[in-house]
Structures are given as C-alpha cells and as structure tokens.
Ligand binder design. Sequence first.
Ligand SMILES: [Fe+2]
Length: 192
Amino acid sequence: MLKMISLPYRYDALEPYYDAQTLKIHYEILYKGYVDNTNKTEEKLNLARNTGDFSNIKCLEKDLSFYGSGAILHKLFFENMGKPKQTEPSEALKWQIQKDFGNFERMKAQFIEAAKSVEASGWTLLVWVPEFNRLEVLQCEKHQNLTLWGCVPLLVIDMWEHSYFLQYKTNRAEYIDRWWNIINWDVVNKRL
Ligand SMILES: [Fe+2]
C-alpha cells in the first residue's frame, strides 16, 4: 500500500513564495487523493486478477498510470521545496548542467519556458536520462503523458492551476519565478 510522505516543513515554511493555504489544500486534499486513488486502483486490479474479470482493464491501467504518477510527482514536488534561499546546486550538479545545457542560466531559461507553456494541466521536470547519459528538461501533460522511459526526475514543478491559482491567479510566470526561491537544492543534488 502506498503511503503519503509527511511534509518535511510547516505549512507556512515556504512563505511568502508559496502560501500556507495553498500548500495545506495541495497536501491534505489533492496529494491525498492521488495516493488514495492509487491504492483503490491497486485493489481493483487485485480483484480483477482474483476473479479473472478483466473487462475493465483498459480503464484500470489508465487509472494506475494517472493516479500513480500523480502520487509520485507530488511526493517529489513537496520534497524538492524548502525554506527560501537556504541551499544551492552542488558542484557536481552545476558541472553536469554546464556540460548538457552550456550553462546554468540556459537550463533555467528552458525550464521556465517549458513550465510556462505546459498545455492545460501538467508539470515541468529536470531529469537525468541514463540511456542518454545526460540531463534533459521535460514537459509533462496531466501526470503521465510525455516522458522519456527510465528518466530520473531531479526537480519538478507542479503546473496544475491548483498549485498556484490561489496566490498567483493566472500569472504562471510570476509563480515560476518566485517558486525558484524555495527549491531545496540539497534534495535535487542528492537525487543526481
Ligand atoms: Fe498538484
């Protein structure tokens, strides 16, 4: 059974860049929903295997990918945030970014533009792609569409409206720009 992570900080820890009310709703209701629905889907799949009734299999596999990816990405998102301006990219991460993007600012520019232009609801991710032996910036629609198989997410930003609408309304650019201050680089460094 999949369990929720405990938030590694208080609801007001990310202010003024990410407000406590948004964080509380995001964690307690939305993230919980993805974890609960992943577990419900696993139960339904187990029942299907036990009874041999796979008539609903297409829908269940879709739910597994959607809710499961939602649960995973929210966990990563909450973990890769922290108190404002406390951490920095490691030398190893900076070296890899420079190798793969030219320099840090170019990676950041790609990440920001990718995040701003996510179609409807989705994510933007800095990922390590073992098959390519390099970092990439990926855009993701919903929680599960548009990926590179086997990639390891290092840094993720939630671009669903529920993640920023209360505080930033429709101003995605301002949300991303201010969110950059609450990245927990220690976690990103460790993931690499
Ligand atoms: Fe979210």
